[in-house]
Design a protein around this ligand. Sequence first.
Ligand code: FE2
Length: 147
Amino acid sequence: MSKAVTAALRGTRAQEDYLEQILTLIEDKGYARVVDIARNLGIAQASVTGMIQRMDTDGLVTYEKYRGVILTQAGEDIARAIVRRHESLAEFFALFGLDEKSIYDDIEGIEHHMSQPILATIQALTGELERQPALLERVKKKMAGSG
Ligand code: FE2
C-alpha cells in the first residue's frame, strides 16, 4: 500500500464513507450521482454536494454537475483500499458463519478504526483459519455456547 493510501486510510470517517460509496456506485451503475450518494449514505443532498466539492479541492474526485462524481487516480487508489479492507473483514467474519448482510453495519463501524497492522493481523488470521477447519469448528462451537 502506498504512503498516500495508508495516510488517507486514517482520514475522516465521512471521507472514507464517501469514497467507498462512490466506488461502489461506479462499479454497480457506471456512474455516481450526488442523489444516489445522498440516498445510500442517508445524508441530505446539499451536505453531499458540499463534501464532494471539498474532496474535489483535495484532489480525490472530480465533480461535474451533469456527469456526477468521478474518482481521480488518488481517490480511486484510496477507495479500492477501503473496499478491500471492508472485504477483508467480511471474509474474516464469514469464516465463523456470520453473513455479510446481517453484519454490514458492524463492518461499516469497525472498518474505520483499523490501522494497517490490525488489518494485516485479520488477513493473516483469515488465511491461517482457512487452512485449519478443525480449529474453526471448535471456535464456532464455542460461539454457539456448546464448546
Ligand atoms: Fe465499508
